[in-house]
Design a protein around this ligand. Structure first.
Ligand code: 13P
Length: 338
């Protein structure tokens, strides 16, 4: 398959991406909330339960894994990447080494992980990965994000993407403008515009073939502490407008992060965006919390109750599958949950 074909498969209409690439530290926070011990056996059990769900075949085009997970063998027989491929989804891998303090800028980060990346990519390809993820993080405040943070993160994203394509995998380019803060929706629009522009300048400079990439952006929303809430229709208008103006049309797929939105909010917003999507972009989800929150809750109640955990995951995957076609509704949400 060409990189463009892989990117389109990951974001195919009615499907999206499951972001199950929480680092050991991040999954520790999720497990703490549900009183589950953060040990390898439990991490494997939760993840293989999701990856073996019936929803995988119909609604999941790709799964992003963490380094530990891509190396694991399931207790069901196949390895984790084999299990995912068996269900028709593409296995992927998070390759960044996290957002680290940016020297010279108080309180901002730059994502690290370029050293030795070429060698690691070869290993991940051999383990079955066909796409990768790298997440840059930007804060909004009076002073932030600084030009230094926008430029250094874009540069790293572009060098990452170029190496990934050299290794014959599709890079997910994830510049996440955080929701934290009291800023309004226009500020989010402006910052996201600046961030996307710098990213695509650098991607072009590093000769990345945009047809073989997927963008993973934030939606355009007010900050989580902003008093003026926006409805889903307005979020959709602003988000689509920002993407159409700032993402080159060669990019085949755009898969949003949920970024702290609730499960319902993230389905509803994605649905509104797809209802008015008049671009050529395949627009879908690449959710972590937006797909897993209910399933995690069930896992916390009883780790052995595979049926209930899968039921919760199947439901969210189906709902987001509908949203990726603009066919979700609150009525269907209730009907299928019953
Ligand atoms: P959330 O959907 O929980 O924001 O996670 C997506 C992700 O992969 C962040 O990098």
């Amino acid at each position: 398959m060409t990189l463009n074909e892989i990117a389109k498969k990951m974001c195919a209409k009615g499907k999206g991406i499951l972001a199950a690439d929480e680092s050991t530290g991040t999954i520790a926070k999720r497990f703490k909330n549900i009183n589950v011990e953060n040990i390898e056996k439990n991490r494997l059990n939760f993840r293989q339960t999701l990856f073996n769900s019936s929803a995988m075949k119909d609604f999941i085009g790709g799964v992003i894994l963490f380094d530990e997970t891509i190396r694991q063998k399931t207790t069901l027989g196949p390895s984790i990447p084999e299990l995912i491929s068996k269900h028709g989804a593409v296995p992927g891998i998070k390759v960044d080494k996290g957002a680290k303090p940016l020297a010279g800028s108080n309180d901002e980060t730059v994502t690290e992980g370029l050293d030795g990346l070429r060698e690691r990519l070869k290993e991940y390809y051999d383990l079955g990965a066909r796409f990768t993820k790298w997440r840059a993080v930007y804060k909004i405040s009076d002073k932030f994000p600084s030009a230094q943070s926008i430029k250094s993160n874009a540069h790293a994203l572009a060098r990452y993407a170029a190496l990934v394509q050299e290794a014959k995998m599709v890079p997910i380019v994830e510049p996440e403008v955080l929701m934290d803060g009291s800023h309004d929706i226009n500020k989010c629009y402006q910052v996201t515009t600046n961030v996307l522009n710098e990213c695509y300048n650098e991607l072009e400079m590093h000769k990345v073939d945009l047809k073989g990439t997927v963008l993973k952006p934030n939606m355009i929303t007010p900050g989580s502490e902003c008093k003026d809430k926006s409805d889903a229709k307005y979020i959709a208008i602003k988000t689509l407008d920002c993407l159409k103006k700032n993402v080159p049309s060669d990019v085949p797929g755009i898969a949003f992060l949920s970024g702290g939105q609730s499960e319902i909010e993230s389905s509803k917003n994605l649905n509104e965006i797809n209802k008015i999507n008049d671009s050529n972009f395949l627009i879908t989800f690449s959710y972590g919390r937006g797909l897993q929150a209910s399933a995690l809750k069930e896992f916390g109640k009883n780790q052995e109750n595979t049926e209930n955990i899968q039921k919760a995951f199947n439901h969210r995957a189906k709902m987001n599958g509908l949203s990726s076609k603009g066919e979700w509704s609150e009525e269907l949400e209730k009907e299928f949950a019953a």
